[in-house]
Design a protein around this ligand. Structure first.
Ligand code: ADP
Length: 470
């Protein structure tokens, strides 16, 4: 079995294209050669017959002319003397009685009066005809001429049948045919390899690069497109794999610090190395780092679910965004108080269809960031408003702070996983580095988007845009 063409499950033997082309070309060419040869030989046969008929008529006429110019009793002598040859000469009197025949000298011949060529010559002076001779048992061409005194001279010659003619041509025809067959085989091979060359030279990785048959172009264009798609998918897979590795490395790295703090503190407590007065401090440290770990793990899990589209099956409900924003602000009030930041929530009551916990987490992350990255005494304003056009209404949640702001170069990058601006103090304020990545993916999941406007040192405005419920 050819490795390049493994047999299908039905064990159908793959057909060889080159062999099919070769066989077809060879068969058709041979057939054409054979048909041409037969046609040529047939034409040659009939033209030869016509030529020999003309010659015989010519001979008969000249014989009749000669005999007419001589005395009737010298005719046999003239025939014997001047017209002996391969042809048969018959001298017949006006009653049909044979006077002389160059082929039958001793025997007596039938009366020739009723012979068709004689009848024709009796009417028109000349009778030309091919018929089977009972006397000689052969096909014979007869030319009868009427003489001036009513007698007839008939010249006849054996006629070669087409089959006999073909037989006589068998040897030269055989040689020519063998040569033709050899030539046809060689030409068929050359032709086949010429036809096959573009197919054999086809580079499946770049199908349109070489010489291409016009008829195959649509197929090759499709193959090329699929190759391109595969290449792109491959690159995307590699990129995704790279991102996954980077993400895993980042997660491990982010987990390391709290784990070290927790295990170190616990080890010291267990070893009795902590002063009882510091015990509460150590307990607090362990608690804080555990909280950080928990937050990190929760964020990683949420992102993984968004990546794997696990939310796709979740039920979407009508979410009152103003209520949701207010809930978030209330929940984050202690944090705002701790940072001495005033938070105000307002806007209009608008609904979006979506996954409520996910939307709540997204808004929560934005408000929490606004508080954490505000200076003490700062203000955060969360506003719900309508946007979009009549057939594409949108709910916009605008979270504005007067905090540290984001440098221009970092503005787009803050939505990447674990990206933090230099002066953000993210870790000190309990940030996981995943909050905005979750906001971005949650927005995309709902068919919306998120953007940021910011002036360094003056504050930022995050704009979360979602399709509104119609
Ligand atoms: P983090 O947990 O570090 O806050 P996020 O993904 O929520 O992670 O935010 C990414 C980074 O974007 C933050 O580390 C911070 O540098 C910057 N950032 C986010 N929100 C704000 C904001 N309101 N003001 C200034 N910087 C912000």
């Amino acid at each position: 079995m050819n490795e390049n063409f493994p047999m299908s499950r039905g064990h159908i033997r793959p057909r060889s294209l080159s062999r099919s082309i070769f066989t077809a070309v060879l068969a058709f060419t041979l057939l054409a050669v054979l048909a041409t040869a037969v046609a040529l030989v047939t034409v040659a046969y009939f033209s030869e017959e016509k030529r020999s008929e003309d010659l015989l008529v010519e001979r008969a006429r000249s014989c009749a002319e000669t005999l007419d110019s001589r005395a009737p009793d010298s005719r046999i002598e003239v025939l014997e003397g001047q017209f002996s040859g391969p042809e048969r000469f018959t001298l017949v009197d006006s009653t049909g009685q044979v006077i002389f025949d160059t082929a039958v000298r001793d025997g007596e011949l039938d009366n020739h009066h009723e012979r068709p060529e004689m009848i024709a010559a009796g009417h028109s002076g000349e009778g030309v005809l091919v018929r089977h001779s009972d006397t000689l048992n052969k096909d014979i061409l007869y030319v009868a001429e009427r003489l001036s005194d009513g007698c007839f001279v008939r010249v006849s010659e054996e006629r070669l049948s087409l089959l006999a003619f073909l037989g006589s041509m068998a040897l030269p025809m055989g040689v020519v045919l063998v040569c033709a067959v050899l030539l046809v085989i060689v030409l068929s091979r050359l032709l086949t390899s010429r036809i096959m060359r573009p197919l054999n030279d086809l580079d499946v990785n770049a199908p349109l690069s070489g010489e291409v048959y016009e008829e195959m172009r649509p197929l090759l264009v499709r193959v090329n497109e699929q190759q391109e798609q595969l290449r792109q998918q491959n690159e995307e897979l590699k990129r995704a794999e790279g991102l996954r590795r980077e993400f895993s490395a980042n997660v491990s790295h982010e987990m390391k610090t709290p784990l070290q703090v927790i295990s170190g503190s616990a080890e010291m407590i267990a070893g009795g190395l902590v002063d009882p007065d510091d015990m509460q401090d150590f307990g607090n440290r362990i608690y804080l780092e555990s909280q950080r770990l928990r937050a990190l793990i929760n964020d990683v899990l949420t992102l993984s679910r968004l990546d794997e589209s696990s939310f796709d099956g979740a039920e979407r409900v009508s979410v009152n965004m103003l209520e949701l924003v207010r809930r978030c602000c209330e929940r984050l009030a202690p944090l705002a108080q701790a940072h001495d930041v005033g938070v105000t929530c307002d806007g209009i009551c608008l609904h979006a269809m979506g996954n409520e916990p996910l939307l709540e987490q997204a808004v929560s992350n934005l408000v929490e960031n606004a508080i954490r990255y505000s200076e003490d005494g700062g203000a955060v304003d969360v506003h719900v408003e309508a946007s979009g056009v009549a057939d594409d209404p949108q709910v916009v949640v605008r979270v504005h702070d007067e905090g540290i702001g984001i440098p221009d170069d970092d503005r787009e990058k803050v939505f990447e996983r674990f990206y933090r601006t230099e002066k953000s103090r993210s870790k000190e304020t309990g940030g996981t580095g995943l909050g905005l990545a979750i906001v971005k993916h949650a927005a995309l999941y709902h068919g919306g988007d998120v953007a940021v406007e910011s002036v360094l040192g003056k504050g930022s405005t995050f704009v979360l845009r979602l399709p509104a419920q119609a």
